[in-house]
Design a protein around this ligand. Sequence first.
Ligand code: NAP
Length: 260
Amino acid sequence: RLTGDGASSDIRHIVLDFGQAAFPVLEGQTIGILPPGTDAQGRPHHPRLYSVASPREGERPRYNNLALTVKRVTEDHDGHPVHGVASNYLCDLAKGDRVNVIGPYGTSFLMPNHPGANLLMVCTGTGSAPMRAMTERRRRRIPLKEGGTLMLFFGARAPEELPYFGPLMKLPKDFIDINFAFSRVPGQPKQYVQDLIRARHDAVWRQLNAADCYIYLCGLKGMEKGVDEAFRDVCRQHGGDWEALLPQLRETSRYHIETY
Ligand code: NAP
């Protein structure tokens, strides 16, 4: 379990061991989980997709495994109670249980091969999974001194709800520039990732204009519009034009979105 005791959400870090099976994945890809059993109409459950949260060599290198970040779904986006079939199945697994997996999927939400490229990552909640994979890949390569800066904007309800809060806090400041936005801390104003993007406009503007900066957005669908507007404001503030910049970023595969 990744979330704190007082947290309202139950988020798990789940490691799947592939044993002798070949299952190569890259950071940013997803895999499908097939929950066992059938729905009320007797049909098999649909597969559900989860982002790989570990780097390509696995959660533990040379062990042929990978990690997922799974939040137990107990309510829909409007707060009505629902039972998430796949997430509850995954969160209730016991060590050693066998899981049916398909995939991997994803051909575009991938890291640049150039190790010195900068990454600007914006995520909410469990949308942090691919960012964790990319960050871990870079962290393990720190000794190689390949360059490239990481900047992360991470939105969560409160510190207790933030997956990977502890480990993220321990990363060296010159390795990754982390900006947390908390939306439900009593006595504090609601903050979203887009507010922090505006607050850090100088650094964001520099990244938006760096030829080797790659941008990744992952998490709630609602953040897309807010982040787009924040980037537009940052550009306007610096005399730039987001409408002109965005197509360039897209054409050069430097702007990636995965929201649900
Ligand atoms: P959550 O806890 O409900 O929300 C995370 C944060 O985002 C909260 O602070 C929330 O603020 C904020 N937020 C809400 N609306 C926003 C908006 N319009 N702009 C910016 N921030 C906003 O998130 P979650 O339940 O973890 O959901 C994450 C999403 O990521 C899900 O849709 C999931 O399907 C998706 N995802 C998951 C994976 C995976 O591998 N598990 C991979 C990729 C994507 P409030 O206090 O206002 O709610």
